[in-house]
Design a protein around this ligand. Sequence first.
Ligand code: GLP
Length: 263
Amino acid sequence: MKILICPDAASARTVAANILKRQILRKPSSVLGLATGRTMEAIYKLLVAEHCEHGLDFSSVTTFNLDEYIGLDGADEQSYRYYMQEHLFSKVNISPERTHVPNGAADDVNLESKNYEAAIAQAGGIDLQLLGLGQNGHIGFNEPLSSLNCRTRAVTLAQTTLEQNAEMFDGNPDNVPSRAITMGTATILESSMALLVVTGQAKAHIAAQTIEGPVTAAVPGSVLQSHPSCLVVLDEEAASALMGRTAIDWQLKHDPELIALMD
Ligand code: GLP
């Protein structure tokens, strides 16, 4: 796991957007794993700007989103499909048939999950998986105590997640669907590269557990410690509870890969 600490949230998002941009430039037919949530909104905005102002070409890119609420179809404004359309897909030249978000309105969510895994494999696997971190340590919607070996499947959301995501549902946790389809942590671990972006003071404690704590199902994001190529981009606030700061700062000064990312 490599750790990159940026002075503020804006620079963390810029670094993340640049990594995605470079991935697309290096491999125009990249398969990207995408995430939703507030952290990602500005990252997508930067990618849209790259497309509009510098012609960043999404025409051969394929995407797979991490998750979707069960019971919402893509036309529902609170669905993650809708979020992706709003923030990215409708604003760049990506082919709609190359964009994948689990279908939360599927009659058979188990079959939908199985087919989603198969579609990822069929696409040749994920080159770069973008991830946010829930305040309870979830990645995608893999909630605490999910098996670290799990694949795409239907899950029940934690109460803390309903509270965290209530803002998008009139501020009422009771309005948030309590079930979702999510890529599993085993699926996420198979991506060639994982990029976890964490910003804000509210996530400082869980970021420290994810990065420095034991690998445990109690903190699903901690499984990324075993990913062969995982970069965590944080702002100073999210990094404020890290214990091993001296070692991290040393790497930041001497690791050519990290230095290049800060350019
Ligand atoms: C949702 C998504 C997660 C995301 C999390 C963080 O719960 N399912 O994939 O990481 O939100 O959201 P935010 O960036 O709004 O804190």
